[in-house]
Ligand binder design. Structure first.
Ligand code: LUZ
Ligand code: MOS
Length: 758
């Protein structure tokens, strides 16, 4: 089925937050943010700004009627700074005026003076000073410290991997207006309506039932609106509540780039040990996560890094330790993959280093160590229905990888100044929120008397096509045409206590809740249909908009059935609640069965490097991906293609630069480069692995949002292999591999791994 949004999107009729028609007397807000990354606020003078014509109010933390606190996992994040600022871009005051332009002008009239304090942006320096947001966290299996004795080959090194800007097309924003009796209506561009609702209630000293949050759709999010949509909704609500007027706050692109957190940069040390037969026997890794100034979602992201430390491999003795380091950067946050990519980059770097030292292609080591059925992940879960080897083998066959490798070797022998490189990237990604509690969802279904259907769930449509999947579920379960089905906005008064739409679980959790609700209505309708057609309820089915009795079409249409059910006073509405079975995790021990299932796949990536300029092109990216039994191949393939390009951008051109004062230098789209149509691979093929799917996946169709992003990591290693064909000594692991860094790698002093200052 085609996306139900495609027509609205291409005709420009789809409504995003900024398109919601505003009410009379709407005011507009702009945020004044800290211009230094660490300091005491000595004085804050708003008097001149207050007098600026058209200004309706200026608010600081002193105006907050409830608690100045929006931390979602740990209460360590103020909405508005009090006496100290801890990152550049931290909100300090809110200016509200008759127009956006006035608010932004008046903002400049606020005078603020600071006493500057030491700024730390490097996670290793932070760790050295004991600046940690959480105690160090270790997951382990076996005893690598003993196992080194059995290893024939041991290699160690370090990796750096940068952050990533989400660059959702729609910037952060919220629109709020007061309702009677102190209630508030809030439109928010959030992945987490309930997180927003809870935070607003806390800020204003209200109860959650006073705050109604509504979301129609987002113009992209990628994790950037899982936790970081909250502040803007709280600020707009604060002004709206205090002024009793509608208030809109939409960040400009520059404000958004400067004030919001990104994917976490990591700096890591690894040690890998292999047997004579190239089995990885032991692996140890220490991660220094650059978390920024407050926790945000970092504790959960840390967990996912630890879960994906061994990627697609079985390693018997593993120990991984993570330091979540407090720096003076905007709080880094969720981003598609959620710490997984950084963990996988380390193990892939370790394998790449071993391969280089042993003079063999990395693929040989990768293949020998891929997970097998019933292997145990080092966090305790047994791997079942493992498709990684199957995807690897299929990729070799379908994409003629051995032949490609030979062609590249021949090409490199022939060409002096152009070199090609190839890398394989197997991916294994766990599906479920790592916080078991969040793996639940609800749906509300109404069948109206004319046979049309309205559906509410807790899921957020952000371009991933989840609403189309919901239509498919309802249409299949009721046996009716998709045109009868409407997906309502996501609203906290219709579906409460929503989990964020995140962790690739949106369709699985909400789709299964929806199916439960639809099935309950179907059960009731079957009794009515049985009486109408004189067979037992067990022999009734609904298909093609009519009652099928004992396998025969009755000609009794859906509408008639509904009219009859209503006249018999049968309940035509239902809620469904789904919670993922089986999963559990003991976070103290670091053991359990945290994931409903895993998604598997293998990518092969080739690149061509211009060894004069350091520029490169991704030539072919070909993927065998485990979609399970895809319920919507067009949508799922689109998700996979978008994700892999985003992953390639992450390790190639997307470079966040901060200066020593903690200022974001890459603070505009002229200095932060993301993949465009010219930099996407010339050939991009995503083929579905023939697979049965998993019974915990919605209609056996596996979650698809995040896993394919990690194929993109292979771009780093493909470029590295091309560079090595020119400069064999090169073995640094420092992503993103921008053309500038490629040029240095081609000609600069050959870096020795672990020598970070050269
Ligand atoms: N968000 C979250 C996520 O809160 N928990 C998770 O486990 C997760 N995983 C991936 C992406 N977002
Ligand atoms: Mo997420 S990284 O909000 O699934």
């Amino acid at each position: 089925m085609k996306s139900i949004d495609s027509k609205g999107h291409v005709t420009g009729k789809s409504v995003y937050l900024d398109d919601i028609p505003v009410r009379q007397n709407t005011l507009y807000a702009a945020v004044l943010d800290a211009t230094i990354a660490h300091g005491e606020i000595l004085s804050l003078d708003i008097s001149e700004a207050e007098k600026y014509p058209g200004v309706a109010g200026i608010f600081t933390y002193k105006d907050i009627p409830g608690e100045n606190q929006i931390g979602s996992i740990v209460p360590d994040e103020t909405l508005l700074a009090e006496d100290e600022v801890i990152f550049q871009g931290e909100p300090v005051a809110l200016v509200v005026a008759g127009s956006e332009a006035i608010a932004r002008e008046a903002r400049k009239k606020i005078k603020i003076s600071y006493k500057e304090l030491e700024v730390i942006t490097d996670p290793r320096i932070a760790a050295g000073k004991g600046l940690l947001l959480q105690p160090p966290r270790t997951f382990a299996m076996g005893h690598p410290e003993i196992r080194w004795n059995d290893c024939k080959h041991i290699f160690s090194g370090s990796t750096e991997i940068g952050g990533q800007e989400h660059l959702y097309i729609e910037t952060q924003g919220a629109y709020c207006f007061p309702m009677e009796n102190n209630n508030l209506m809030v439109y928010s561009s959030t992945q987490s309506p309930t997180v927003v609702q809870r935070a607003i209630a806390k800020i204003l000293g209200l109860s959650m039932h006073n705050v109604q949050v509504d979301v129609t759709r987002l113009g992209g999010a990628f994790g950037g609106k899982e936790d970081q949509a909250t502040a803007w909704a709280c600020l707009a609500s604060l002004a709206s509540y205090l002024l009793q007027k509608p208030v809109k706050l939409v960040l400009s692109r520059h404000d958004d780039l400067r004030m919001t957190g990104k994917r976490h940069p990591y700096s890591s040390d690894f040690k890998i040990g292999l047997s004579e037969e190239l089995k990885i026997l032991a692996y140890e890794v220490t991660y220094f996560q650059n978390a920024g100034a407050v926790n945000d979602l970092s504790p959960a992201i840390s967990d996912r890094t630890l879960f994906h430390t061994t990627n697609a491999y079985f390693i018997p003795d593993v120990k991984a330790t993570l330091y979540s380091c407090k720096t003076n950067l905007p709080p880094n946050t969720a981003f598609r993959g959620f710490g997984g990519p950084q963990g996988m980059f380390s193990i892939e770097s370790a394998i790449a280093l071993a391969a280089k030292e042993l003079g063999i292609p990395a693929g040989i080591i990768q293949e020998k160590n891929l997970l097998k059925e019933n292997d145990r992940f080092y966090y305790g879960q047994k791997a079942t229905q493992v498709n990684i080897r199957k995807s690897w083998k299929t990729a070799f066959r379908e994409f003629k990888i051995s032949q490609k490798q030979k062609e590249i070797e021949a090409f490199n022998r022939k060409h002096k100044l152009i070199k090609k490189g190839l890398a394989l990237m197997p991916v294994t990604f766990g599906i479920s929120f790592t916080a078991t509690m969040l793996n639940q969802a609800r749906a509300l279904v109404h069948v109206y008397t004319d046979g049309s259907v309205g559906i509410s769930t807790g899921v957020i449509e952000m371009g991933q096509g989840v609403n189309t999947k919901l239509v498919q579920v309802a249409s299949q379960t009721f046996g009716i045409d998709s045109r009868r089905i409407k997906i309502e906005s996501t609203n906290t008064t219709r579906v409460a206590n929503t989990s964020p739409t995140a962790a690739s679980t949106g369709a699985d959790l909400n789709g299964q809740a929806l199916m439960i609700a639809c099935k309950a209505i179907v059960q009731r309708l079957k009794k009515v249909a049985a009486e109408l057609s004189d067979v037992k309820a067990g022999e009734i089915k609904f298909r093609d908009e009519q009652i099928i009795a004992g396998g025969e079409a009755t000609g009794i249409p859906w509408e008639e059935l509904i009219t009859e059910a209503y006249s018999r006073r049968i309940n035509l509405s239902e809620t469904g609640h789904y919670s993922t079975p089986i999963i559990h995790f003991d976070s103290k021990k670091g053991k359990g069965h945290p994931f409903a299932y895993h998604v598997y796949g293998t990518a092969v990536l080739t690149t061509k490097v211009d060894c004069l300029r350091g520029t490169y092109e991704m030539e072919e990216v070909e993927i065998i991906h485990d979609f399970g039994n895809s319920m919507n191949p067009v949508i799922d393939t689109g998700q996979a293609e978008g994700a892999v390009v985003q992953g390639i951008g992450y390790v190639t051109m997307e470079e966040l630069a901060y200066d020593k004062s903690g200022r974001l230098l890459s603070n505009s789209l002229s200095t932060y480069k993301v993949p465009d149509i010219y930099s996407t691979p010339k050939v991009l093929v995503v083929k579905a692995l023939k697979a049965a799917g998993h019974k915990q996946a919605l209609l056996k169709s596996k979650a698809v949002g995040e896993p394919p992003l990690m194929y993109g990591l292979g771009a780093y290693f493909a470029i590295q292999n091309a560079v090595r064909a020119f400069n064999p000594g090169f073995d640094t692991f420092d992503a993103p591999f921008t053309p500038e860094k490629v040029l240095m790698a081609l000609y600069g002093k050959v870096k020795v791994n672990g020598d970070k200052n050269s």
